[in-house]
Design a protein around this ligand. Sequence first.
Ligand code: NAD
Length: 369
Amino acid sequence: MTVVGVIGAGMVGSSTAMRIGEAHLASRIGIVDVREGVARAMALDIGQALPSLGSDARVVAGWEGIEGAAVVVMTAGLPRGPGQSRADLLADNGRIVVDCCRQIRDRAPDSVVIVVTNPLDEMTSLAQRVLGFPATRVIGMAGTLDSARFRAFIAERLGVAPTSVVALTLGSHGETMVPVPRLCTVDGKPLPELLPAAEIEALVQRTRDGGAEIVRLLERGSAWWAPSAAILDLVRAIVCDERSVHPVCAMCRGQFGIRNTYVGVPARLGRAGVVEIVDPGLKPDEVAALRLAAEQVAARVADLGGVLGDDADERTSAPEAAEAQLRVGVRDLAYASRVRAAARRELARRGQLHRLEEVVQAALRRTGA
Ligand SMILES: NC(=O)c1ccc[n+]([C@@H]2O[C@H](COP(=O)([O-])OP(=O)(O)OC[C@H]3O[C@@H](n4cnc5c(N)ncnc54)[C@H](O)[C@@H]3O)[C@@H](O)[C@H]2O)c1
């Protein structure tokens, strides 16, 4: 029996649970939400849809539904609203991730956890420290979605089938996303041979803003169809022990010169989680961009009360001690988050948003936060 847990029965969580059932990837799907009625409603609705689609998967609401899960997908948390950055969600979602990971740790201690909650890189780091699982069993989903968006925009621009496009984005989920156009192909041809650099850059920028474009149009909430499709790819790779390579937020332990930091890299996934981090043959300038993204993730993780940026090895860290530290850290998140929001507003007014990280870090250093 394969159990897959989905935490958060909102748009991303419920569409993910539905896809997993439809794809026959689990015999039981556990679905959990702080709004218990919503989780129960989704379990009923999805459970009543699956037989029509030829699936016998059982859908169970509540924490007991995830007992012994092989994979847990963490989607609980607030989505972005118009004008909000992913970083603005830091404090609220940090608390939610801490609470949910305590339950996951106890109920599904052997699971591979896929974090989806934003801000993605920070929440993945936070989840791993609370869970106390080996970092190979905690990954974040972002690069798979960003790469799919890049792929769709390239296909639209060139008027080709999206399935004939291979696209790769690495780095962080957001402003420091690292696209690798050199390794993007259309029917096997490298993208730089098909489009001028300026046009590629415009597609890259649209990809970076791909989530925000949807948030603006929706006016309430953020995307779920493409995110749940990207999550499904990762769940399938793990449950089926595929050993296929996906761009995910994974812990680098010296690869690309990055130490003990979660960042978007190509990773081979199997039943045990990350089997290996794969170098797709990055050139020095691409490695430099990836390292810069990792440095910025590390700086933002340091916002989490300074507890997450250390070199502690998860095999020797006591989960309870890490969690106690995190509870202190999470209180500081509210402050860091307010500083970031104020800096964002002021810099947007001055047209200097590119200085956001520098200004936030300087402000936090000044106040010792
Ligand atoms: N990584 C990505 O690429 C990506 C893509 C899309 C969305 N997201 C993120 O995923 C998260 C969920 O997005 P959504 O559109 O499903 O939002 P949503 O509001 O539709 O659903 C979130 C659900 O989480 C639940 N929740 C809140 N606190 C909880 C707790 N303590 N325990 C259990 N459940 C709790 C809410 O009740 C709600 O049902 C957001 O943080 C969003 O930014 C990430």
